[in-house]
Design a protein around this ligand. Structure first.
Ligand code: PLP
Length: 662
């Protein structure tokens, strides 16, 4: 290999995000002299100078590792998706911490969906937006969340220009959106970007940031995502049989499909067009909280719907009626209701959430037929390298796809092998705590993690309701525990921010005993460090508001035991021994319920600490390691995104494709 060939090989590896779940490839990038934690490998490779390339060329092991990984990538790409059967639309995709195009669970789930589809060879492509300013980064100033906004260039993430520009009707004007192509293994992801010179300054800013701005900005983003995304799919020459809207934000994709159905010679009425579109539309709802659903006032949405109605010769009320949920009255356009009206199938993201959604949308056509596919997580993205090696050698093929017989081999894995990994994988968390929280982690501590968005229903501050019990737990030197919190509050969420400030402040009190820490700037990297380094994963939302939750699934795959309210995924997967259930209070007054559940959680944590330290301070007891094995044996087959994507194929994609003559 010469310099040009090495740069080319590294560039090829960097621009296909297969490296985000192949740690041997990402290790190569970490070894580059230009590597930096915030830098995408594409940029690190670009920054290499000739002398640095020469030094790398002198390292025979490095060069042969690069060559063999390029060969493996080429082989994978022989079966790349060329013309997808399924177009998966999402407002955010969480692929890597160095691609800051996600805010939280919805995006991480979408990223894991694409990665598993790539692994399984599913004929699927993603469709989303490219946000020039991504999502904010968090730091703490005077005990409060402060926000930093970066600026990103798509080519720095390996995005390739497709040469396609689509036009999106927005009110009475046409906005142009460029279509970038981003590679996630075999799966292509199209990202639309309105930051083009042909657009006005306001329109260039439509795709500026994820979830910011006012309702109009949000509506315009959703029009670009849905209408523009579906036009981009057509412009690519793709003819997917399934348009999957991950949450209602992408629901306007149906406007493009309806428009295609109303073309000359096609459907003569709106009702008929809806019937033609329905077999191809799948809607996944992600929240049982009405405030989490996009509901636009008719006065805001009508000017955007009117041009379509005029072109089709339909009344605005007929189209707007498709976005009606009788709960909201007639003056609201509800995106979830719209999706239900235009989709032939809809699902929630856990069994409990499916049930709650059937109730929530009972008054909308199709609402009572909502099924469920429980969310899962992409194993090779989220399991520590140490455990991946252990599982590869001891469990055998298929553990990462949730194969039950592979996971049953966990019983033969020794306690020593398990605890050795635990010691190795704790190091990154201890480093983060030292760097960002100025805390030295006691190696003997049972580490309890809590990382999620600071949405109020997730109740990050639940334990603070009983300060004496909490202080006693934190003061116990025989059975030391250490709490680690992380998470961002939406910039406009005042109660969420105040909750975050309470957690930060408590950590500095004497009662916290240096054992209650907040780690700033929660992202994929912080999340991984926490799954790799914690012992217990705490989840105490108000039941049943956590549609699924996935952080606990990522924890479980790393042997971190869940202590959780019976909500979301945990409600169906807990067996009473693979973690701990926090009893749900039946008090009708919110304050009383929170007091009760706070007390039960603290009492449970005392028992948990006792079980961990039962065979001596600071070392997981035999009973604990047994519980870890039981956790893996029972949850390994259930929590992977491979299981999830296979469920989508079997129960939704497959049957939908089968109804079509294509
Ligand atoms: C997994 C994950 C989430 C979602 O966690 P929940 O349990 O669903 O709240 C959010 N952010 C990051 C960075 C994650 O890795």
């Amino acid at each position: 290999m010469d310099r040009i060939a090495l740069r080319g090989a590294l560039g090829a590896l960097a621009s296909n995000h297969l490296w985000t779940w192949q740690y041997r490839t990402s290790d190569l990038f970490s070894a580059l002299p230009t590597a930096h934690v915030d830098l995408h490998p594409v940029q690190a490779v670009k920054a290499l100078d000739d002398a640095q390339l020469d030094a790398l060329l002198d390292d025979g092991d490095f060069v042969s590792a690069v060559a063999s990984q390029v060969a493996a990538l080429d082989q994978t790409m022989e079966t790349a998706v060329v013309s997808p059967d399924i177009a998966y639309f999402s407002p955010e995709f969480g692929i890597s911490e160095v691609v800051p195009q996600y805010s939280g669970g919805l995006g991480i789930l979408a990223g894991d969906h694409l990665k598993s589809a790539s692994d399984l060879g599913t004929s699927l492509a993603g469709v989303g937006l490219f946000y020039r300013h991504g999502f904010f980064r968090q730091y703490i100033e005077d005990g409060q969340q402060a926000e930093h906004i970066g600026t990103y260039d798509p080519t720095d993430f390996g995005c390739v220009d497709t040469g396609i520009v689509v036009e999106v009707p927005i009110a009475d004007r046409l906005v142009s959106a460029k279509v970038w192509r981003f590679a996630v293994g075999r799966v292509p992801l199209l990202l639309l970007d309105t930051d083009l010179p042909v657009n006005s300054a306001e329109d260039r800013a439509i795709t500026d940031r994820l979830y910011s701005g006012d309702q109009l900005h949000r509506l315009e983003q959703e029009l670009v995502l849905g209408v523009g995304g579906a036009r981009a799919v057509t412009a690519m020459g793709w003819k997917p049989g399934v348009y999957h809207s991950n949450e209602g934000h992408a629901g306007f994709l149906a406007l493009t499909l309806l428009d295609q159905a109303r073309a000359p010679g096609g459907a003569t009425t709106l009702a008929r067009a809806v019937e033609l579109v329905k077999p191809r539309v799948l809607f996944t709802t992600h929240t049982p909280v009405p405030a989490g659903i996009d509901r636009f006032p008719r006065s805001l949405v009508d000017p955007h719907l009117r041009p379509w109605c005029e072109a089709w010769g339909d009344s605005i009320d007929a189209l707007a009626a498709l976005g009606e949920d009788p709960h909201d009255g007639t003056e609201v356009f509800n995106m979830a209701a719209f999706c239900l009206h235009v989709a032939s199938r809809a699902n929630g993201v856990s069994k409990l959430h499916g049930e709650v959604s059937r109730g929530l949308f009972a008054m909308v056509p199709g609402g009572s037929a909502i099924t469920s596919v429980t969310n899962g997580v992409h194993a090779r993205t989220w399991v520590s390298p140490c455990l991946q090696d252990l599982f590869d050698t001891r469990l055998g093929d298929g553990w990462d796809r949730g194969v039950e017989t592979a996971w049953s081999n966990i019983d033969g894995v020794s306690a020593d092998a398990i605890t050795e990994c635990r010691a190795v994988t704790r190091a990154p968390l201890a480093e983060l705590l030292a760097d960002r929280a100025d805390i030295t982690l006691d190696p003997d501590a049972l580490v309890i993690g809590f990382a999620r968005r600071f949405a109020t229903y997730k109740r990050a501050n639940l334990l603070l309701r009983h300060p004496d019990a909490l202080a006693a737990l934190l003061a116990d030197d025989d059975r030391p525990v250490h709490f680690v919190f992380a998470g961002k509050a939406h910039p406009a969420d005042v109660p969420g921010k105040s909750l975050l400030a309470d957690i930060v402040a408590y950590g500095h009190t004497p009662a916290a005993n240096q054992r209650f820490s907040f780690l700033p700037d929660y992202d994929i990297a912080v999340a991984r460090a926490m799954y790799f380094g914690c012992d217990v994963w705490l989840n105490n939302p108000v039941r049943p508001r956590e549609a699924s939750g996935t952080s606990g699934e990522k924890a479980a795959l790393n042997g971190v035991l869940n202590c959780s309210i019976l909500d979301g995924w945990w409600a169906e997967m807990s067996d009473g021994r693979n973690g701990w259930d926090i009893p749900t209070s039946d008090a009708v007054v919110d304050d009383v319920r929170d007091d009760d559940e706070s007390a039960s959680t603290l009492a449970l944590l005392v028992e948990i600490a006792a079980e961990f330290h039962a065979d001596g301070r600071g070392h997981p007891s035999a009973a604990w390691v047994d519980r870890m094995r039981h956790n893996w044996r029972t949850l390994g087959p259930l929590v992977t995104a491979a299981r999830m994507v296979a469920d989508y194929e079997r129960t939704l994609y497959g049957p939908m494709l089968a109804t079509q003559h294509r």
